[in-house]
Ligand binder design. Structure first.
Ligand SMILES: C[S@@+](CC[C@H](N)C(=O)[O-])C[C@H]1O[C@@H](n2cnc3c(N)ncnc32)[C@H](O)[C@@H]1O
Length: 310
């Protein structure tokens, strides 16, 4: 089904507004040592060892995962968190206040194509897991270029790679097939059975609806060359696209598929620890052994960095 630009934006607003309150819990977003180090690892890959920017703009900030951790890491002094979903921005405001950053963080409800700022307003424009939702990417890159000072940088991470995404189908399929055995071994009840027993029709309905909408909100999976072409076309220099996470994502998707149909409360703590620590281990392995050695296209996530000429 091909959707118009307005339909894509509308789907994104509905989907992300509905997800906002549970978003941090669902994706394990935190502002402690783990969140800070996860964001620092990604920042370092694109922006180098000790990057520092005075004024930054985040595109599709969601609940603030990147902005607030980059601020905690000393990468940015001030940030405007922008998003098409007001629900997400309310969570940013709460979290910024809890971290004592309310004077340095502001929010802006807007889509990623037209911003009410003068040319050259920012030193850094960045985002995580957002470009694949944007219907008019060239227009967005042109706007990022306009908004940056000469010498300013863009940094986007967590974008799905077309090849990496199709390779990840294998562990997902394997996980779904093995899921009944896994549930039996760990004595995890089947979520749909719980629904059949009358314990969760609303949740089931919301889940189905959310799942169906994922296909509407994810409008791109990229080849590395697609991303660099957008940046170059807008006038950026020093464009580099990096692939990250391969074995970590295979491991992660396999486990998520095993768990997908289980009642969350039944999943043992020890299993969650294994899944989480295993993921970190594979992430480390990808970083030291695979990233930079294998072609960017086969990794699950793509990152892009580029500079506006001085
Ligand atoms: C997958 S979430 C990522 C959120 C956050 N960056 C993170 O890493 O947790 C994508 C975010 O992009 C926002 N978004 C989607 N389409 C957008 C658009 N056209 N303009 C601005 N933001 C958009 C969504 O509302 C959502 O908050």
């Amino acid at each position: 089904m091909s959707l118009s630009t307005e339909q894509i934006k509308d789907a994104n607003i509905k989907y992300h507004d509905a997800a906002a309150d549970e978003y941090d819990a669902k994706w394990g977003i935190d502002y402690g040592p783990i969140g800070k180090s996860q964001v620092a690892i990604k920042t370092r890959k694109v922006l180098g060892r000790e990057p520092h920017f005075a004024r930054a703009l985040e595109i599709g900030s969601g609940t603030g995962y990147f902005s607030l951790n980059m601020m905690q890491n000393g990468v940015i002094d001030e940030v405007v968190c922008s998003d098409i979903s007001e629900g997400m921005l309310k969570v940013v405001e709460r979290s910024a206040k809890a971290l004592g950053f309310e004077k340095r963080v502001s929010t802006l409800h807007t889509e990623a194509e037209g911003f009410p700022f003068e040319d050259g307003s920012f030193d850094l424009i960045f985002g995580h897991a957002v470009l694949h939702h944007l219907p008019n990417l060239q227009a967005s890159f042109d706007e990022f270029f306009r908004l940056l000072k000469p010498g300013g940088m863009i940094f986007f991470a967590g974008e799905p790679s077309a090849t990496g995404d199709s390779l990840a189908r294998h562990p997902k399929t394997a996980g779904h097939r093995l899921s009944p055995l896994w549930r039996k071994a760990l004595r995890v009840r089947q979520a749909s059975a719980e629904v059949a027993n009358g314990n969760g029709p609303e949740r089931d309905h919301a889940y189905e609806e959310g799942h169906a909408m994922e296909h509407l909100v994810d409008v791109h999976a990229f080849k590395p060359g697609d991303l660099s072409d957008f940046a170059k076309h807008s006038g950026f220099d020093e464009v580099r696209v990096i692939g990250e996470e391969l074995s970590a994502n295979w491991f992660g998707w396999f486990n998520r598929a095993l768990e997908a149909d289980g009642v969350p409360e039944d999943i043992p703590y020890i299993w969650r620890q294994y899944a989480y620590r295993g993921y970190l281990g594979f992430q480390w392995f990808d970083r030291v052994a695979l990233e930079g050695r294998l072609p960017a296209s086969i990794f699950y996530n793509l990152m892009i960095g580029a500079q506006k000429p001085e």
